[in-house]
Ligand binder design. Structure first.
Ligand code: ZN
Length: 453
């Protein structure tokens, strides 16, 4: 660019005619526009500076909203940054002890039960396992695509998230182990010979905190994680009182010395005078003693009517001007100022305040693993600490904070990590019916009698 300008100047001087200097300036201006354009508009066609970036509808997807189905036009904005410059609120909620356990952050060994829609690839990435290792493993062993609901896998990583080994329990006497050896994974099978199984009932009393007392009673971090996930919608673990009791019926499977799998068949908490149960069904999920679901459902998005997505979830979004990766941790809905914003699920309001960048914003915690945030609101209609129900009006959308047009910025966090709210797998609130309920209730009888203190 500099060299081009110089050569133009030389030409201009050589001819020494004003006409050429006018022509020269014109060439410089045109060159400037041509060179500057890609910085601002990427691959797109030149858009005049003062016009709005064009928005084109590229994809139509049908999305579940509670009972009904609503069409959302997923739009892709040419600049992908029409409405805001940043959504990072200034304060974050510090994760507590239970969060760390649920995240599996405090130990390098994670045990996981396959549920509907899971793929090994997605599970491992969610737990921050190195992408390279995930690719190495799943690319070589295609059979790992055949995980079944209810099967258990466990894996160990080093402190740099490198995968050391992964165990896949296809059935109780068919276990595959994938061990890292140099630059590849080697598969071995384990048979029933060196497998031992023990059934246990573990009980405890709350003296300080559930996590501490559960550990003292002999439960592993992984088992504590299963308990808190199963009961997260029914029981607030932070509100357990001293003297409350818990009882767990479980099976532990050992391969030699290594604990490869624990299955929690039933859990009971006595919180004051109230009893809470989680009993494992054949589908790998936990239900209460009547076969009702322990989880709650979510709306896919927080609006009553269909809305255009003006900017999608994009963890690798390049800022159009600075070219620095500035993640877009949520979805922007183009809605006019004053549109009611609804809570996508039952929960507790943990933030309801103004922040310079997010504007008026609300954060709602749902159970232990889920959090949603709603930003740039015109008006906040809830208070911190308030309990809200799914569908409650929590605010009116607006244009506050670092926002350049009315829109709602909506985020969903699972285990303290932002995920795409339009595609994330959400818990389903479905109880057992028919034959499976009958089989389950028979199981309840047998397990409930062991859940004493
Ligand atoms: Zn946004």
């Amino acid at each position: 660019m500099v060299r081009q300008i110089k050569s133009l100047n030389i030409e201009k001087n050589k001819f020494k005619i004003p006409y050429f200097s006018i022509l020269g300036s014109l060439v410089i201006i045109i060159l400037f526009i041509l060179l500057w354009r890609p910085l601002n508009f990427g691959r797109t066609v030149y858009v005049p500076l003062n016009s709005q970036a064009q928005t084109t509808v590229t994809d139509k997807s049908t999305i579940d909203v509670g009972e009904g189905r609503v069409e959302i036009a997923e739009a892709q904005s040419n600049s992908d940054n029409v409405t805001e410059s940043s959504d990072e609120p200034e304060d974050q909620i510090a994760p507590d002890e239970i969060d760390e356990i649920i995240d599996g952050k405090d130990n390098n060994t994670v045990q996981y039960t396959i549920s509907r829609g899971d793929t090994l690839h997605a599970i491992l990435l969610r737990y921050n396992v190195s992408k390279k290792d995930v690719f190495l493993l799943t690319n070589k062993y295609k059979q790992l695509a055949n995980l079944r609901i209810g099967q258990q896998i466990s894996w160990t990583t080093d402190d740099n998230h490198n995968l050391q080994n992964l165990t896949w329990a296809i059935s109780s006497n068919n276990i595959r182990v994938y061990e890292k050896s140099g630059d590849k994974f080697v598969e071995t099978s384990e048979t029933a010979e060196n497998v031992s199984q023990e059934n246990k009932v573990i009980t405890g009393v709350i003296k300080s905190s559930f996590v501490a007392d559960a550990r003292k009673s002999g439960l592993t971090s992984n088992e504590i994680g299963i308990i808190t996930r199963a009961l997260q919608w029914r029981l607030d673990f932070r509100k357990l009182q001293i003297g409350d009791k818990f009882s767990v019926v479980l099976t532990r499977e050992k391969h030699g010395d290594r604990l490869s799998k624990s299955q929690l068949l039933g859990v009971r908490f006595k919180n004051g005078t109230k009893d809470y149960y989680a009993i494992l069904a054949d589908d790998g999920k936990y239900y209460d003693v009547n076969g009702a679901s322990l989880s709650q459902s979510f709306f896919r998005y927080p609006l009553a009517k269909q809305a255009r997505v003006s900017s999608g979830f994009n963890p690798r979004r390049l800022h159009p001007v600075t070219k620095v990766v500035t993640p877009h941790n949520g979805v922007d809905f183009a809605v006019s100022r004053g549109t009611p914003v609804l809570s996508v699920g039952n929960g507790e309001v943990v933030i309801a305040k103004y922040s310079g960048s997010a504007g008026n914003y609300v954060a709602i915690r749902h159970g232990r693993q889920y959090m949603t945030t709603y930003m740039h609101l015109d008006k906040i209609l809830v208070k911190q600490g308030q309990q809200v129900k799914q569908g409650d009006k929590i605010g009116l959308s607006g244009n506050t904070g670092r926002s350049t047009g009315p829109h709602l910025h909506f985020e969903l966090h699972i285990n303290n990590k932002p995920v795409n709210p339009l595609t994330a797998s959400l818990p389903i609130n479905e109880g057992l019916t028919g034959k499976s309920k009958k089989a389950f209730l028979a199981k309840v009888k047998q397990i409930q009698s062991q859940l004493t203190f």
